[in-house]
Structure formats: structure tokens, C-alpha cells
Ligand binder design. Structure first.
Ligand code: PGA
Length: 250
């Protein structure tokens, strides 16, 4: 059985005061979350504050990216060892905003995946197609290409050390969620593709859905057999909405 996971991607939002309030709100509701592993991914500068505030709770912390190198002259990057040092357990990598706005390639993202593994950080590895790619009927090809970059560098077994997040780009921040059937189809494709190489890894790896998942649509999405949780953007910024999604998992 795969444990469901709900991860909040706060993106570039927050302040000292709002982070404090958001964590306090999530913490206060955690007793009602029975099954899901709960992860919050604040902007890196707030990670120490979040780590202090989640002490004694079941909430885990992740970063929104991770360097592909281990240390040295890489201005602006944050090493896996630094995240580990602060107590972070996860790192989002390959988010579509990193891919499209900052030009991160499949190869660079695969290197970030490898660096996370070296540091003992679990990558939350994002993949997904744009609207144009969906309309061309190449959704599965795009997801396969993105996953293959990691498999080529690290081998298929490496996928079990992380979490995959299927996030159709057209659904992110748009309010347009993939229907449960649309999402399940791609999740089943991803798991099937991995199963052709390694059945045990395919059974083990958690595949989250992301893209306008919210308190109203989470239950139906999370009920799909191959959807093991969610990567939540906008709805992760309100404690009550985030907790509703966490309760809906499992
Ligand atoms: P959204 O973002 O929930 O606001 O669509 C999801 C994400 O980008 O991870």
C-alpha cells in the first residue's frame, strides 16, 4: 500500500508573519489528518522558520528546488547538504515554472534528482504536458520523455527514492483541473511505463496529481486508483483548504 501524500507548494508567497500563521493553522488541524503524509514547501528563506514551527508535529518540510551540484561556485543555488542540514526531507524539482520560465531542461532536472538522492533528500519530481501538447495528443510522450531523462542518468530504481507529481501545465494556477478520468489515465500510463522496466518500483512509487486541486475537487481526484496524493499550489496557502485536502487523502 502506498501512503497518500499531500504537499503544499507555496511558490514565491509569504512573509515572516504569514508563514507563522499558516503553519500554526495547519498544525492546529493535524489531529484530523489520519492517513496522509503532509509536506510544506515554503520559499527557501523561510525554511528555518518553518522547521522551528513544525517541531513536534507530523508536518515535514521541503524546498522548491535543489542544486544539481554538491558545493562550490554556484551563485544562487542551494545544496542538498544544506537542505538536509536544516532538516528538510523533500525537494520539488522540475516544476513547470522552472522548466518554462527559467529554462530548466530535462537533463538539468535529472541532475537535480541525482543530487537530491546523494544528499538523502526525496525529490518531488514534476512532469506534465502543455495545452498545445495535450491538443496534439502527445501527453504520454512528453511525460515519458521527462521520466526517461531521470532513468537514463540514475536508473529506474532511483524513481522509488522520490515521488512523481503529474502536473498538466494547463491546469496549474488556472482553475482548470484535469478531470479525475483524465488524470487517472496519465497516472496509469506513468505507472505502466515504469512497470515495464521494474514492477516493484512501479508499485511503490507515489504519483501525486497537481494543477488546481482544491478543497472541492480533491476527494474525487484522490479516489482514483493511481493518484496517490496531491501537489497543491494556491489552495496550500489557506490552512483550512489545505487541511480539507489532507483529510480527503486516503
Ligand atoms: P495550483 O499549483 O494548485 O495553484 O494549480 C500547483 C503547482 O504548481 O504545484
Amino acid at each position: 500500500m502506498r501512503q497518500p501524500m499531500i504537499a503544499g507548494n507555496w511558490k514565491m508567497n509569504g512573509s515572516t508573519a504569514s508563514v507563522k500563521e499558516l503553519i500554526a493553522g495547519i498544525k492546529a488541524g493535524m489531529a484530523s489528518v489520519s492517513k496522509a503524509a503532509v509536506v510544506v514547501c515554503p520559499p527557501a528563506i523561510y525554511i528555518p522558520q518553518v522547521m522551528a514551527d513544525i517541531t513536534g508535529s507530523k508536518i515535514a518540510c521541503g524546498s522548491q528546488n535543489i542544486a544539481d551540484q554538491d558545493k562550490g561556485a554556484f551563485t544562487g543555488e542551494i545544496a542538498g547538504s544544506m537542505l538536509k542540514d536544516l532538516g528538510c526531507q523533500y525537494a520539488i524539482i522540475g516544476h513547470s515554472e522552472r522548466r518554462s520560465l527559467y529554462g530548466e531542461s530535462d537533463e538539468l532536472i535529472a541532475k537535480r534528482f541525482a543530487a537530491a538522492r546523494r544528499a538523502g533528500i526525496k525529490p518531488i519530481f514534476c512532469i506534465g504536458e502543455t495545452l498545445a501538447e495535450r491538443e496534439k495528443g502527445i501527453t504520454n510522450d512528453i511525460c515519458a520523455r521527462q521520466i526517461d531523462a531521470v532513468i537514463a542518468l540514475e536508473g529506474v530504481a532511483a524513481l522509488a527514492d522520490g515521488v512523481i507529481a503529474y502536473e498538466p501545465v494547463w491546469a496549474i494556477g488556472t482553475g482548470k483541473t484535469a478531470s479525475p478520468q483524465q488524470a487517472q489515465e496519465v497516472h496509469a500510463f506513468i505507472r505502466g511505463k515504469i512497470a515495464k522496466l521494474d514492477k516493484a518500483v512501479a508499485e511503490k512509487v507515489q504519483i501525486l496529481y497537481g494543477g488546481s486541486m482544491n478543497a472541492a475537487n480533491a476527494t474525487e481526484l484522490l479516489a482514483q486508483p493511481d493518484i496517490d496524493g496531491g501537489l497543491i499550489g494556491g489552495a496550500a496557502l489557506k490552512a483550512e483548504d489545505f487541511l480539507t485536502i489532507c483529510r480527503a487523502a486516503g
